[in-house]
Design a protein around this ligand. Structure first.
Ligand code: GRF
Length: 214
């Protein structure tokens, strides 16, 4: 049975592209029902159009406050009857009401090895902290910003001559591997959020999620 996915973006949408490409393959049950952006100029909308996917713009600046925007966003998303909502570079902080509504079916990707470096400028902060490893994480979204249960992480070595840009580039490539993987697990019914954390094939995942070293 198909798994309806709604993807939320604000920008380039390279993770969206990775999802589109992965879904074209061998029996992946995920189906992107719609792409919704809060910015009309997000390049990800062009990617959606090229893939023949329904796309919508919901401009947060047209709403009085966060609550009103999120309520409209829920309406727009739910018209597509999603089994899963995927945040792919969606640069908005979500209200508790939104997060609760999609509890257990809302995923995000973050460019650090969470719980390290929540928030912005993660590559620079990893370098400043002298981390020997850096990477990216897919997690279920809870009310705590960048704090939900971890599904999968890609772990990369930090090289002696790395800059924030070089790190960002490698981390971004790794994102394109782990996000399609997590979405596919969910679509296949293998990944669930249980009361104690993430379950993969009925087994509890470790606190840092499934780790790959690409
Ligand atoms: C990624 O770095 C992701 O980790 C963060 O936003 C960025 C989105 O990039 N949440 P893209 O729009 O998918 O290229």
């Amino acid at each position: 049975m198909a798994c309806n996915v709604v993807v939320l973006i604000s920008g380039s949408g390279s993770n969206l592209q990775a999802l589109i490409d992965s879904i074209a393959h061998d029996g992946n049950p995920a189906r992107i029902a719609a792409v919704i952006s809060n910015r009309a100029d997000a390049y990800g909308l062009v990617r959606a159009q090229q893939a023949g996917i329904t796309r919508e713009v919901l401009d947060h600046k047209q709403f009085a406050d966060r609550e009103a925007f999120d309520a409209a966003l829920v309406e727009a998303i739910d018209r597509h009857q999603p089994d899963l909502v995927v945040l792919a570079g969606f640069m908005r902080i979500l209200t508790p009401a939104f997060v609760t509504h999609y509890s257990g079916r809302l995923l995000n990707i973050h460019p650090s090895l969470l719980p390290k470096h929540k928030g912005l400028h993660t590559h620079q902060r990893a370098l400043e902290a002298g981390d020997s490893e850096h990477g990216c994480s897919v997690h279920f979204v809870t009310e705590e910003l960048d704090g939900g249960p971890l599904v999968v992480q890609a772990v990369l070595p930090v090289l002696a001559d790395d800059t924030p840009d070089s790190l960002a580039q490698r981390v971004h490539q790794a994102e394109h591997q782990i996000y399609p993987l997590a979405v596919r697990w969910f679509a296949e019914g293998r990944l669930r959020l249980g009361p104690q954390g993430c379950l993969l094939d009925g087994q509890a995942l470790p606190a840092q999620g499934w780790q790959i070293r690409p």
